[in-house]
Design a protein around this ligand. Structure first.
Ligand SMILES: [Fe+2]
Ligand SMILES: [Fe+2]
Length: 172
């Protein structure tokens, strides 16, 4: 959301096209919000946890906004590394589920709807698709960082999120 806001203002000021970056970044923000909407169904955060989130949001939003203003390349690189950590975390989460330390509950309805999962989908299925999302964010952000650094990259269209690109995944 920070990147999309700053890039939107930059494009207006410089009167240049955004090459689809703004939409890509907004889609990423919405996708992350859906991760939260889904996981609050599973985790049921306490009032204290909600307060921590509020505090973290203020600190992170302001800090990241400033970083993006100073160096958008660094900001995207940092997000790329965060997303890589998210992929690792979800891999560990899968291990927790597979080894019985986390119950493999039924997938929340919101997850089945958003990721077009089957009716009998479980938390494990959700974690798999969320991890795919994080891998996609990692690639997009590292790619943006490399592009901003002037490194040669494949300048083709950045693929949409897997669940939007592959309607058939729910049947698999
Ligand atoms: Fe996420
Ligand atoms: Fe992510």
């Amino acid at each position: 959301m920070v990147g999309a806001t700053i890039m939107h203002l930059q494009c207006l000021r410089r009167m240049v096209d955004d090459d689809g970056w703004i939409r890509t970044l907004l889609e990423e923000a919405e996708n992350e919000r859906m991760h939260l909407m889904m996981f609050i169904e599973i985790a049921k955060p306490t009032v204290f946890e909600r307060l921590v989130v509020m505090l973290a949001q203020w600190v992170f939003y302001i800090g990241f906004f400033l970083l993006y203003l100073v160096s958008s390349r660094t900001a995207h690189r940092v997000v790329g590394y965060f997303e890589e950590e998210a992929v690792l975390s979800y891999t560990l989460y899968l291990k927790e589920i597979d080894e019985g330390r986390s119950p493999n509950v039924t997938a929340p309805a919101i997850a089945k709807h958003y990721w077009k999962l089957s009716d009998d989908a479980t938390l494990r299925d959700v974690v798999l698709v969320v991890r795919d999302d994080e891998a996609h964010h990692r690639d997009v952000n590292h790619r943006f960082a490399s592009k901003l650094a002037g490194e040669p990259i494949d300048d083709g269209h950045i693929a949409p999120y897997p669940q939007h690109a592959d309607e058939s995944r729910s049947q698999s």
